[in-house]
Design a protein around this ligand. Structure first.
Ligand code: CUA
Length: 313
């Protein structure tokens, strides 16, 4: 290339759509900038002060009424086009496809830690297969970071204390930049990495041969170590809801209302158990804030998610 590309590589399904919108916005901006500057110059010359000419106010008695209507209504419709176009792209891009591949990402000063569902971990690198939707669930261990892959036209702020997700579908094999796009401290500029898009069979090969523990196994261990199992198991000592089969459902809450039993809800229930109590249970769970790291939380969630009513323990 010429060394200074105007736009990044186009490597995801939404990239072209985003680019088109940006070309449109840039085009509109350039057109009106040029028009306004041309008119300024033109009128400055045409109506310049000359001997024998008196300055007069234009549009005093409704002369310019039609003109005023025009320059209000025309921009109104142009901005409406921008609004509908932009929000339809946004909405399309915030719906995660059902069969998306799950990957967990934890940001911290100053690195991105990635974990795949089979346990494979990587740092400042993200391997993904081509042609398949990928859903990232992101958390931050300290401050706000922002996960940014220009070639995919996706960027998501990662806020401490909550989960956020983003998705994309790579369309071209290759290596692309990965940035942190939110100033997060001294080495923010070093919080970079690469995204490697591989053919599905290469990706499977890359994923395979893992010796690391899968998140579900690691989560099961934590579930026992933290004694979650004591209260959440069946039997005489059960004081808390059984967790099997709950993921993705709506749970009834104490005091009315429901909550979606998802990643965010599980996380909140672990660090702030009294925030949303399931109907019919006493508020007896202690908080685990400060005792579990973001990575451990993700493992616990993977485990709880894997539980079925039959597999209940
Ligand atoms: Cu993390 Cu900037």
């Amino acid at each position: 290339m010429i060394g200074f590309p105007l736009f990044p590589d186009v490597a995801s399904t939404i990239a072209t759509g985003v680019d088109r919108l940006y070309f449109f916005l840039t085009g509109i901006t350039l057109f009106f900038t040029a028009l306004i500057f041309f008119l300024i110059l033109y009128f400055a010359v045409k109506y310049r002060r000359r001997p024998g000419r008196v300055a007069e106010q234009v549009g005093s008695d409704h002369q310019g009424f039609g003109l005023e209507i025009a320059w209000t209504v025309v921009p109104f419709f142009i901005t409406l086009v921008m609004f509908t176009w932009g929000s339809s792209l946004y909405i399309a891009n915030s719906r995660v496809p059902d069969q998306a591949l799950d990957i967990y990402v934890v940001g911290r000063q100053w690195m991105w830690k990635v974990q795949h569902t089979n346990g494979r971990r990587e740092i400042n690198e993200l391997h993904v297969p081509i042609g398949q939707p990928v859903k990232l669930t992101l958390a931050s261990q300290d401050v706000i970071h922002s996960f940014f892959i220009p070639a995919f036209r996706v960027k998501q702020d990662v806020v401490p204390g909550r989960y956020v997700s983003m998705w994309f579908q790579p369309t071209r094999a290759g290596e692309y930049h990965l940035f942190c796009a939110e100033y997060c401290g001294t080495y923010h500029s070093g919080m970079i990495g690469r995204v490697v898009v591989m053919r599905p069979e290469d990706f499977q090969k890359w994923l395979g041969g893992v010796t690391e523990e899968s998140p579900v196994r690691a989560g099961e261990k934590l579930f026992n170590d933290f004694n979650c199992v004591n209260c959440h198991s069946t039997g005489a000592r059960q004081r808390c809801p059984q967790l099997g089969g709950l993921f993705g459902t709506d749970v009834m809450l104490e005091g009315g209302g429901t909550a979606k039993f998802d990643e965010a809800y599980i996380r909140e229930s672990i660090v702030d158990p009294n925030a949303k109590i399931v109907k019919g249970y006493p508020p007896v769970m202690p908080t685990y804030r400060g005792q579990v790291s973001e990575e451990q939380l993700l493992n616990l969630i993977a485990y709880i998610r894997s539980l079925t009513p039959q597999k209940e323990r």
